[in-house]
Design a protein around this ligand. Structure first.
Ligand code: CU
Length: 229
């Protein structure tokens, strides 16, 4: 083999190798959940209100994680990761809770905080706190946009979602089967534009000591953003 031919082969090998690495990197990056934001739907009969409807599942078969639940079909999940709501609006949230659960590691989160009236309804029954030993997930929204130079108001909302007893006739949603939903409803008010984060505070992730692994530590299963715009 002459020198220029050897050099050519070496160059092609390097280029192919680089291309393979780039492809692998792209595949890994694409593995992260890419979800479209859930828009709050204006309430025609109640000016100044909009409605966000979400669900919590014992797996990822019904949400936005892809066909068959995506990479981790057995991980617990919220139906939506990124939420988009208007400024200066009352956001009426409905969460259909399909998952089981257990005890909070911090009973602080059994209280309903930061909602209109500091209450939420559970299958229509208003409560200010729930049993901390029987929790499926929490919806915990927080943010202090002022420190990032944004103008949105400080928001802290915590709503515990009790465990679904799982005794009702199963319903099929997406690729999953679940018991009849426990319906949790509450409202909170937005200020001006800002970006907030929400997550679940019930350690539902399994795999690590304290159950904060897997779904609890991977973005987009038990966490997401709320954009006020
Ligand atoms: Cu959770």
């Amino acid at each position: 083999m002459n020198q220029s031919k050897a050099l050519g082969i070496a160059l092609i090998s390097v280029l192919l190798g680089g291309g393979a690495l780039a492809l692998a990197g792209f595949a890994l990056a694409s593995d992260a959940p890419h979800q479209t934001a859930l828009d709050c739907v204006p309430n025609a009969s109640q000016p100044g209100h909009c409605t966000l409807t979400m669900s919590t599942y014992p797996d990822s078969l019904a949400g936005q994680h892809g066909k068959g639940g995506g990479t981790h079909p057995d991980w617990v999940s919220y139906s939506n990761q990124d939420l988009s709501v208007p400024a200066n609006t009352t956001v009426d949230v409905v969460i259909n809770q399909y998952d089981g659960g257990g005890a909070l590691n911090n009973a602080f989160f059994d209280q309903i905080m930061g909602t209109v009236g500091n209450t939420a309804t559970y299958d229509g029954v208003a409560k200010t706190h729930v049993d901390p030993t029987n929790i499926g997930h929490t919806f915990t929204l927080r943010g202090y946009p002022g420190i990032d130079g944004q103008s949105g108001k400080r928001i802290f909302v915590n709503v515990p979602l009790p465990a679904n007893p799982g005794t009702d006739t199963p319903v099929t949603i997406g690729d999953g089967q679940y018991p009849k939903a426990l319906v949790v409803a509450f409202s909170f008010k937005t200020g001006s534009k800002g970006q907030y984060e929400w997550n679940c505070e019930y350690p539902c992730g399994s795999s690590r000591e304290g159950q904060f692994g897997f779904a609890m530590s991977s973005y987009g299963y038990m966490s997401g953003t709320l954009t006020v715009q």
